[in-house]
Design a protein around this ligand. Structure first.
Ligand code: 8YV
Length: 334
């Protein structure tokens, strides 16, 4: 029997490509070319599966042009690159990569918070530029992190990891806002209290955004929300670009309406708003919150396991639309 044909849309760990090649007829992308939508469609011709990394748009146009496609396995927990409704309507399974990156990404949220609130990047730049001649009492004096109030918007697995670090590691008072409230036992474990978003923005010394990008979260934090924050506050975004209005944030930082920001995700990345690039009180990183070798390997292996589980047992590990596996009329997999 011939093996299912899959496309790996970006360069990934060579040994994981080899692992997939033991199960599938694989077309890989070892030179990491960035394909246009049209090129992706051409590559997907005759393929039943695709390994995506979060940047490849899977929408109705692509699905209509790729009738053989049965599964899209994302090497990311976020899946705003998928039009899941269109996929479900066409019986195409989507999978993501949750859990394996939770703690690593929560660590990075804290790294960005510390770097921004304690002005680490700013201080390092000053030193490297040869400007450090003498000590002074207020040199790069920032905001306290331990014992302060942390507000988390988006209380999924990563938000909860950040809450635990804040409450139990840094002795912080932790407030959170989310679409739905956690069960009381989970709130207690995280040491976090549910409040409405405006109260959170007004009360927090530091605000951490871990929300996914959806039409409902587009510019969730814009000029009006930034105006509620303390002038000494830090804003960190490790969720998705587009949740923050980057132009409004740059204006608030420039005018000292908030003190600092740490951003790992941007509207329209890899482009970064030029006004942010010009500011000293913002720490900017290129979407690397999950980037440890062990975690990126675990994410890639989970995407691979989803492909293998789906094609070999009809049992993907982390399906996003499992109804396509059992729905009326079966799936493209039946
Ligand atoms: C990915 C992420 O590395 O998992 C996610 O949702 O944001 C990151 O961990 C990124 O999506 C790759 O594009």
């Amino acid at each position: 029997m011939s093996k299912p044909r899959i496309l790996i849309a970006r360069a990934i760990f060579p040994d994981i490509v080899e692992r997939l090649a033991r199960h599938f007829d694989v077309e890989a992308n070892p030179l990491d070319a960035i394909w246009t939508g049209t090129e992706l469609i051409a590559r997907l011709h005759g393929k039943q599966g695709v390994f995506t990394t979060g940047g490849e748009r899977i929408d109705e146009g692509l699905l209509a042009a790729c009738p053989d496609l049965r599964i899209c396995a994302n090497m990311a927990v976020g899946y705003n690159n998928f039009d899941l409704a269109a996929m479900t309507a066409r019986g195409v399974l989507g999978t993501n990569a949750p859990d394996v990156l939770t703690e690593t990404t929560a660590d990075f949220g804290f790294a960005l918070l510390m770097a921004a609130a304690r002005r680490i990047s700013e201080g390092e730049r000053f030193l490297r530029e040869g400007l450090w001649r003498r000590w002074s009492y207020d040199m790069f004096a920032g905001a306290e992190v331990h014992g302060s109030t942390l507000g988390i918007i988006g209380m999924g697995r990563i938000g909860q990891g950040i809450a635990r670090r804040g409450a139990h590691g840094f002795g912080m008072r932790v407030l959170y806002h989310n679409r739905s409230r956690l069960a009381p036992a989970r709130e207690a474990e995280c040491g976090a209290r549910y409040v409405d978003q405006n109260e959170l923005l007004r009360s927090a010394d530091h605000v951490m955004l871990v929300a996914p990008y959806t039409p409902a979260t587009h510019h969730l934090i814009g000029a009006a929300e930034l105006a509620l924050m303390k002038p000494t506050a830090t804003l960190v975004n490790i969720g998705r670009g587009g949740v923050v209005d980057d132009a409004a944030l740059a204006a608030a930082l420039r005018e000292g309406r908030i003190a600092a920001a740490g951003l790992d995700v941007f509207e329209g990345e890899p482009r970064v708003h030029p006004d942010l690039l010009a500011l000293r009180n913002v720490v900017l990183t290129p979407h690397i919150a999950s980037a440890t070798v062990a975690t990126r390997r675990a994410m890639a292996n989970l995407a691979a396991d989803n492909l293998i589980g789906f094609f070999e047992r009809n049992e993907p590990l982390t399906p996003l639309n499992p109804e396509v596996l059992t729905g009326p009329g079966g799936t493209r997999n039946s």
